[in-house]
Design a binder for this molecule. Structure first.
Ligand SMILES: [Fe+2]
Length: 192
């Protein structure tokens, strides 16, 4: 289940929870975040064990639309499993996305499977967005944000790129990210 949790930027209190897709979409549209569900295709990939190439072919129409819209030149898939958390590469990779940052490109993800937590910092609020299978999200260029994959990461995403420099994190001087719950703790708070 996807969840949008809106926090007050300074008190760090939760002001609202949204679990209905249309509500999440309209709340995020107010801050220029595009949020969609590609439901039917998601069901197909859940039921079958497709290769990365087959997945990209399955979503080719949507991928071409997004590439054209945002001028992306390439796509790939990323697959992170709980086993990855036992490797030396896990903590550095998790940390790379945990501190508040911006990019010169849009950060665009489609969740084929699993889950991940995006935080968007905008207009004195912090938007925690738990993305699950079927969710498509765009974080516009120069929008402060961070991402947590959790202590036991499990997600498979399609990513879009212009070039490597476009999604290099540019970290903010006064990040607020450490004040907000990581994915594990975020999930422990009941939906209000
Ligand atoms: Fe990012």
């Amino acid at each position: 289940m996807s969840l949008l949790r809106i926090f007050n930027e300074t008190s760090e209190n939760i002001s609202s929870d949204f679990i209905n897709h249309d509500d999440i979409q309209s709340e995020l549209a107010k801050i220029n975040i595009e949020f969609q569900r590609w439901d039917q295709l998601s069901m197909l990939t859940e039921e079958t064990n497709l290769s990365d190439e087959q997945i990209l072919n399955l979503y080719s129409k949507e991928i071409e639309t997004i590439k054209h819209l945002y001028n992306f030149h390439s796509v790939d898939t990323i697959n992170v499993t709980p086993e990855f958390s036992k490797t030396d590469k896990f903590e550095p990779m998790r940390k790379k996305f945990l501190d508040e940052h911006i990019h010169t490109d849009h950060e665009v993800r489609y969740f084929i499977d699993g889950q991940g937590l995006f935080y968007i910092h905008k207009e004195n609020k912090v938007y925690g967005i738990l993305c699950t299978a079927g969710d498509f999200i765009t974080v516009p260029e120069n929008t402060p944000h961070w991402f947590d994959m959790g202590s036991s990461p499990n997600f498979k995403c399609i990513r879009f790129f212009t070039d490597d420099s476009g999604w290099t994190p540019n970290y903010l001087e006064k990040p607020i990210s450490s004040k907000f719950p990581l994915l594990d703790d975020f999930l422990k708070v009941p939906v209000s």
